[in-house]
Design a protein around this ligand. Sequence first.
Ligand code: HEM
Length: 504
Amino acid sequence: MPTLPESLSSFQVWVGGAVVLGAAVWYLGLNTPSAKAKRAGAALAPGPKRLPVVGNLFNFPKRKWYDTFTRWAKDYGDITYVDLAGTSMIVLNSFGAIRELTEKRMNIHSNRVHATLVCDLMGSAYFLTLMQPTKNFAEQRRLFQKAIGPRIVEQYDAFIQHGCSELLQQFDGFSGEPIGILTKTMGNVLTRIAYGERFFEQHGPEIIKYNIEGVELISWAFTQFWFVDVIPTLRYVPAWFPGAHFKRVGNQGKYYSDMIRYLAFNRVKANMAEGLVDESILSKYLQEGSISEDNLRDAVATMYTAGVDTTTITITHFLFSVALYPEWQQKIHQEMDRVLGRGQLPTLGDTSKLETFEAVFKESFRWNPPVPLGLPHVSSKEDVIDGYYIPKGSIVHCNIGFVLRDPRLWGEDSLDFNPNRFLAAHNPSVNELPDIWSIPFGFGRRICPGRHLAQRSGLFYAAAILSAYEILPYEGETLTPDGPFEDSAVRRLSHFRCTFKPRS
Ligand code: HEM
């Protein structure tokens, strides 16, 4: 039998426990997103059915987020709400809602996701794509604007032109997947622009290898579930500890992040100290001194990872479009012969004279943008839009792919491939269309700072290829408008092959 004091104390424990539990339930109840929404005079946006506590953890797609979000857009409308066991996710499916949040209210909706494994253990938080909007972020954005903004981008024409001769030679007699050759060209060009010809000659393949392997590892890590992202203190567990596989992945990622961050920077600086300076963004702004060395180093290190795949996929999708619709390819060839003269390669300035070519390129970009869900923004404060509550910390996806096919913006034939929509002779309202050189590049404070370079090099390489070659489907293969596409954040056609027939 327990003694009186003992029974009293156990009674007290029970009461105390019940009070604490009650208070916790009461507190949690008051702090659910629904309760907060009610307090803000709003409601949660519609979305797939949620379970208590875990929310949508079990009906959230493991794969093909873009396809699922787009299907949800049809079921739930412009704004979809998802709860991933306490983390809110918002999918925006209307241009109006996207602009309202990411542009007009950019002070609130411009953060990025912070994943412990990728950002802390892999040391990748310095990539501009992952940075929070701090002072360093602002300085790096300023560097991008100064170095490859609209007023200066033409300065790199010689680099782009140089890449073109390599590109066209490699396609001579080529039949297969063009993406490998395009990636190599774009990678070489961006490495030269960033670090200069001497560095490229000496160490180009090495830094490109680190970039390719590093990006692959980091992108993979981002799409996996890691306990350390949920319980960040696990990062202090030693690597030998059972189950600490994440530590080894983290160390491997850290190696790549550091190589990408320091290798080229240190070598170019060492060359400069010996008086060996050649034209590059790094050497120019190191000499100019208006940006801190650390921010300059980190901003330039992001260029390859952010710029190569996206631009090459855009060109690959264009090649796919003209192979799929040979009638449009024929029109482009006729236009090139008329405007440039048969057998003449375009210059970078020529692409704007090729109206039909530009219309087909734009339509292909609209039809299959390479980053259809953009990069998610994160809300730093709670907010309300159209009566819907956005909790603080929400992960906000802008459904770029959906917006680019939205009939409210592009008309009844928005799902069709129809370059005429970009031609004034066929579409009197062409000037009222949304800006195709903006939407696929994201929004607001986080809009892609490489878009002018991407537009200039993408258009030029696509025009140069078509001036020299006829693009045919790979022998024995039939292309269909639906792809298929690979399941990744940067969405590309899977194994698209074609044949490059020289235009004699
Ligand atoms: C057709 C090619 C490209 C496409 C479609 C594209 C698309 C995008 C998108 C959708 C974002 C996210 C924007 C957002 O969060 O709202 C982004 C961010 C970014 N892009 Fe691009 N991009 C391209 C080429 C490039 C190039 C060539 C570079 C650099 C040389 C570059 C550098 C960046 C950087 C640094 C960011 C991160 C910006 C930030 O988080 O503040 N991109 N891009």
